[in-house]
Design a protein. Structure first.
Length: 282
């Protein structure tokens, strides 16, 4: 298959590398609005040729949109206007806005809304790796609206990446990812700001920070260019979970203020239950 990747960063780059390695992609055409990223992707062997959007669509059988979700909302209808036999999929972290953008489009069936639940805090083509995706879920949304052959191609792509496909409606997807992905990023960004504000001795952070701190602020290293549009598109669900989170923080604060050590212990014991939920994966 000839593949076009639009957005040559961590996700698009990693998909291109793995699909080439597996022999699925015979040629990869790359599109990016940052010239430095297209050049880097070519240099790293992620893509075989730099294209503009029109040539990439004309040259390919499969088009992967892996730009930030704000760019995908603009790009997707333009891409669908130009496709014929091609399959189009996106990898965006939000789905409702994209599905809304192509509602009623005559080529809607060629588009599969997908979300691979794998990533890192790093971005750009240099972050792309073949050591990606394996064992994680890929979400496919509104599958009943897709042409059967296009859906089968998207399923095959993610199976080749070592992922398992799960199916849900776009609106449900956006609620669930607000809980298991988006809120973690907000808390990590806020935690990093808290520590940068309070601890003015940067050397103390450098010297004393160990695994606990590093694991909780890892996500604060993530790209604002990727995350701002996600928070914007998923505003309502994020505000809902953020309200709950703030009330949880208030409970911890109140226990400490009032020296209610018993209730504080109960709050932590309840939190420990997350271990049982996550351990079911092993
Ligand atoms: N990073 C993650 O953990 C992760 C995981 C799953 C899905 N996603 C989603 O996948 C997509 C890509 O994320 P990423 O982590 O690879 O981001 P990234 O920042 O590493 O790469 C995005 C690339 O898109 C390019 N780009 C921006 N606007 C563009 C436009 N208008 N046209 C063409 N290219 C454009 C950027 O220059 C960059 O090279 C996003 O929609 C994101 O929500 C990210
Ligand atoms: O592990 C990370 O660094 C990630 O941020 C990956 C992660 C997440 O788990 O929240 C981030 C965004 C996605 O859309 C999917 C996966």
């Amino acid at each position: 298959m000839k593949i076009a990747v639009v957005g040559l960063g961590l996700i698009g780059g990693s998909m291109a590398l793995v699909l080439k390695q597996k022999g699925f992609a015979t040629k990869v055409f790359g599109v990016d609005n940052q010239e430095a990223n297209t050049r880097k992707a070519l240099e790293l062997g992620i893509i075989d040729e730099i294209n503009d959007l029109d040539s990439a669509i004309a040259n390919s059988d499969l088009i992967i949109l892996s730009a930030p979700v704000s760019a995908c909302v603009t790009l997707l209808p333009l891409v669908l206007d130009r496709v014929d036999h091609q399959v189009v999929l996106d990898t965006g972290s939000t789905k409702s806005a994209l599905l809304e953008a192509v509602k009623g489009h005559p080529k809607r069936g060629r588009y599969i809304a997908t979300h691979p639940m794998w990533g890192t805090e790093f971005s750009g083509p240099e972050a792309a790796t073949t050591d990606a995706f394996t064992g994680r879920a890929n979400v496919i949304c509104n599958a009943s609206e897709c042409d059967k052959d296009a859906l089968a191609t998207a399923e095959q792509v993610y199976t080749l990446l070592g992922m398992y496909n799960v199916y849900m409606e776009g609106k449900d997807h956006d609620v669930h990812v607000a809980y298991v992905s988006h809120i973690s990023h907000i808390t990590s960004f806020a935690l990093a700001n808290t520590v940068l504000e309070k601890e003015r001795e940067e050397n103390a952070i450098f010297e004393l920070a160990s695994a606990g701190f590093e694991s909780t602020v890892r996500l604060a290293k993530s790209s604002p260019a990727m995350w701002m549009p996600i928070f914007k598109q998923n505003k309502e669900n994020i505000l809902d979970v953020l309200n709950e989170h703030i009330s949880q923080l208030r409970k911890f604060k109140s226990c400490i203020e009032k020296e209610n050590w018993e209730y504080l212990t109960e709050l932590m014991e309840h939190a420990n239950k997350i271990k049982d939920v996550l351990d079911r994966k092993e």
